[in-house]
Design a protein around this ligand. Sequence first.
Ligand SMILES: CC(C)(COP(=O)(O)OP(=O)(O)OC[C@H]1O[C@@H](n2cnc3c(N)ncnc32)[C@H](O)[C@@H]1OP(=O)(O)O)[C@@H](O)C(=O)NCCC(=O)NCCS
Length: 243
Amino acid sequence: MIENKKARVNVVDLKARLAKIKAMRFPSNSSSKIYGEDNTFIFSKSYNCFEKNIIRGTNHFIFFPEADAGNVVFEVYGDNNKIIIQKGAKLLNTRFVIKGSDNFIEIKENCRFTSCYIVNYSRGNKIIIDNGTTIEEAALALGENNFLSIGKDCMLSAAIDIRCGDGHKMLDLSTGEQINKSKDIIIKDHVWICRAARILKGVTIGKNSVIGVGSICTKSIPENCMAAGIPATVKRENVTWQR
Ligand SMILES: CC(C)(COP(=O)(O)OP(=O)(O)OC[C@H]1O[C@@H](n2cnc3c(N)ncnc32)[C@H](O)[C@@H]1OP(=O)(O)O)[C@@H](O)C(=O)NCCC(=O)NCCS
């Protein structure tokens, strides 16, 4: 077991450190802990949340040397989880809760999150959020072996829910089979998701489309349209949008 509570915090020379560091160290008065073995936690100088983080298990890789992260908390269990937050990304009030193994999350360059909750209770999920996407306030929930892709320059408003999985099984009474299996969600480039919209399992949203306030998307939506309602249906075609 490795529990590091003493060493310095700032990452000065990332490359040199990457070769050496297998577990990042938190300030001695921090309540955060890294347990397990072969865990790498590399954070940027701007990282200011040394409370509440818990890393358990082995071979996790949490890496954001050049991103801004304010009040970002990681609770990572299982094994082999990777969270990479790329250069220029700015994350505030964001919580990663990962309880399964072999999950991969990449938040690419210049993304901006004001408040985000990423929850991942199972294994083999992959989340990629592409360059320049902004999230005001969202919960992203994964199922098992799912891919959640959010393209470039998407704009997610507040109170957004994106759920590849339902969190609990619904079963067919006669066969005992699970009806509500989790599925991938693909949001293509430059999609605007308006306030309090929900995107459910199996949905693809085409590029440049807009999902109206309070809508629930249960089926895929083509590109360049505005869809809204419960369930969301196409209300306008041949549109795009600007920030
Ligand atoms: C999606 C949106 C931008 C579309 O604007 P718009 O094209 O001017 O919409 P309209 O009011 O002309 O509505 C067009 C049609 O869609 C329907 N519609 C629009 N938004 C809807 C919604 N959220 N739910 C259900 N139907 C909706 C309208 O009833 C109308 O239907 P009709 O043609 O049968 O009469 C707007 O409805 C919206 O959701 N605004 C909220 C934006 C927001 O959340 N901003 C927060 C900051 S990111």
